[in-house]
Design a protein around this ligand. Structure first.
Ligand SMILES: Nc1ncnc2c1ncn2[C@@H]1O[C@H](COP(=O)(O)OP(=O)(O)OP(=O)(O)O)[C@@H](O)[C@H]1O
Ligand SMILES: [Mg+2]
Length: 262
């Protein structure tokens, strides 16, 4: 089995990258897929949201990138069957100067991932990116097969998207020829808010084939879940947000089958 590596990226902060990484992974794990999340954000929100406390982050993605720890030793179980994580710590914010002397540093993560045949046990590897077009994000895009872009349904949503797409194009040209955008997922949709619907319509009109059918609604249960160290899907499976992530997982599985058949 060959894994698919997907970077979840948008340099805009707070648009639902981590929430999507956690809940999409959980939804895929629930239907039997073996999933790994790499928390590539020094904020460590994906680690916290999956209940990995600070004491248990001795082997982190920072240490892996800094060659202080083997990748396989950094992979941890979560409470969810089939879902594992490489956690992150604040040290990660200091990795750029540390890699300054390294040749091809954009390839650091790619090299580490491609050295490990046992990663083929996973069908999906999601990389939760930080909110910046930094070396970490470029490393994620270089290591990934594809990108999912969460986009918040609000007025400034499209601002910055062209810069993100420019960065993706540059990575494609220089570092990772086969990189593709799997799709844009609209998040935090509020049906009572006219603007939310307008943004969703606008995005669908302008970026038609690249937008997932599933729209993630704004849902208080989704925002509560991380403080309990649980995915929304475990905290309240029936919540509208949880159900939406299950539908998104179905869409991704379908898309993946189509891509493999092509
Ligand atoms: N569907 C949703 N309904 C309600 N709240 C949500 C939803 N999705 C995300 N949130 C909340 O919005 C905030 C930002 O979400 P999240 O942390 O996933 O974004 P992010 O893009 O990863 O942020 P950052 O750029 O800081 O990494 C969080 O408090 C999260 O709980
Ligand atoms: Mg995040």
């Amino acid at each position: 089995m060959k894994n698919k590596i997907i970077a979840i990226s948008n340099q805009k902060g707070g648009v639902g990258k981590t929430t999507t990484a956690i809940n999409l992974s959980t939804a895929l794990a629930a239907i039997g897929e073996k999933v790994l999340i790499i928390d590539l954000d020094p904020q460590g929100n994906a680690s916290t949201g999956l209940g990995i406390d600070y004491q248990s982050r001795n082997n982190s993605i920072y240490k892996v990138l800094a060659s202080q720890c083997n990748l396989l030793d950094a992979i941890q179980n979560t409470e969810i069957e089939n879902l594992k994580i490489i956690p992150s710590t604040v040290d990660l914010s200091g990795i750029e100067p540390e890699l300054a002397e390294v040749n091809d540093r954009a390839f650091t993560l790619k090299k580490i991932l491609s050295d490990q045949n046992s990663l083929n046990d996973f069908s999906f590897i999601f990389i939760d990116c930080p909110p910046a077009l930094s070396l970490l994000t470029v490393m994620a895009m270089t290591a990934a097969h594809s990108i999912i872009v969460p986009l918040q349904c609000e007025f400034f949503a499209l601002e910055g998207l062209s810069q993100l797409i420019k960065t993706i194009d540059r990575v494609k040209q220089n570092l990772n020829q086969n990189l593709t955008i799997d799709g844009i997922v609209l998040t935090m949709f509020d049906g009572r808010n006219k603007l939310s619907s307008q943004v969703a319509d606008d995005v669908k009109k302008h970026l038609s084939q690249q937008v997932y059918e599933t729209i993630i609604p704004r849902n208080v249960r989704v925002s509560e879940a991380p403080s309990f160290g649980m995915p929304a899907l475990i905290y309240d499976q029936k919540a509208a947000g949880s159900q939406a992530y299950l539908r998104l997982a179905d869409e991704i599985i379908r898309q993946n089958k189509e891509q493999e058949a092509a």
